[in-house]
Design a protein around this ligand. Structure first.
Ligand SMILES: [Zn+2]
Length: 299
């Protein structure tokens, strides 16, 4: 029986990169585990994102999850009055340290805010350029091209899969679901398999179905499936900050149950042709603003 948890770390902001990534690297070293980091490397305009989403559902989520505590006070203003600071430009050394520690390096995006706000309207050329800027920046930081990517907010479309195929990614993690698959666009099988995230994120789970900080780890441990795909996303802004101690305990308890935390690449089968075929479909999702990409496997 294999008990593995694919550990994925999304890094959305300047602050998360600067403060959260080193905290997580230290925690991973302590537990002798490694994971896959997905970095945002362009401007941090997440303040714009927060203002744009100031509507009831989002306000409720902010209250549930204490967003100011998660993201810090300056995030509310960042990108609203002045251009956001370039994450890769200023914090490349932190990304290289995570690389040197043996973690897998992936691209989250160039501009997290822009992707989430404009994905529905971006042309193929705009999608390509957003990916290219991110790949180039991360490639320059690492001295090699990233081999995996994961779109912000699980906002993917077939057009995104087609543009990603122009880059040398081995696989991507752009959607939610419970099985690895080879995505199809029309009749065409894409050459980059998808590793979907199987478990909810902290901000999705908290405050729903009676989940509180006190029983959060119990809840998340119950979602683990011994013989199936487990992929967990944590955020440098949450688990690398105010949720650090809780996540530390989660790792210890999961290890006690016999689970091993691994980078996503270690979950890929040797023979990719054995994977099922499927499609990306966009659906509303509990705890999320707007649609996100989910999987629909072929029968
Ligand atoms: Zn993100």
């Amino acid at each position: 029986m294999t008990r593995k948890i694919g550990l994925r770390i999304d890094v959305d902001t300047f602050r998360g990169t600067r403060h959260g990534v080193p905290v997580l690297c230290e925690l991973f070293a302590k537990h002798h585990i490694s994971g896959t980091f997905y970095f945002s490397v362009g401007p941090d305009n997440m303040g714009r994102h927060l203002w744009r989403l100031l509507k009831p559902a989002f306000l409720w989520k902010m209250l549930r999850t204490n967003a100011a505590g998660l993201y810090g006070p300056e995030i509310i203003l960042m990108g609203t009055c002045w251009p956001g600071p370039g994450i890769g430009k200023h914090l490349g050394s932190i990304i290289r340290e995570a690389d040197a520690a043996g973690h897998e390096m992936g691209l989250h995006c160039w501009d997290h805010h822009q992707w989430q706000a404009r994905i529905d309207r971006m042309s193929d050329e705009q999608l390509y350029r957003a990916l290219k800027k991110g790949v180039d920046m991360l490639g320059e930081i690492l001295g090699r091209a990233p081999e995996t990517s994961a779109v912000p907010g699980w906002k993917c479309r077939n057009a995104v899969l087609e543009q990603k195929a122009r880059f040398p990614f081995r696989y991507n993690s752009d959607c939610r679901g419970d099985a690895m698959f080879v995505p199809k666009v029309g009749d065409r099988e894409m050459n980059q398999p998808q590793l979907p995230v199987t478990m909810p994120t902290y901000d999705e789970a908290l405050g729903r179905d009676g989940v509180t900080n006190d029983n959060y780890n119990d809840h998340m441990l119950k979602l683990l499936r011994p013989d199936a795909l487990n992929i967990l996303t944590i955020h440098a802004e949450a688990e690398g900050n105010i949720c650090r101690n809780m996540f530390d305990e989660y790792v210890r308890r999961a290890q006690d149950l016999g689970y091993e935390f691994v980078p996503l690449r270690e979950l890929l089968p040797a023979d990719l042709t054995t994977l099922p075929r499927g499609r990306i479909v966009n659906r509303d999702f509990p705890g999320r603003e707007g649609w996100i990409s989910c999987i629909e496997l072929e029968p």
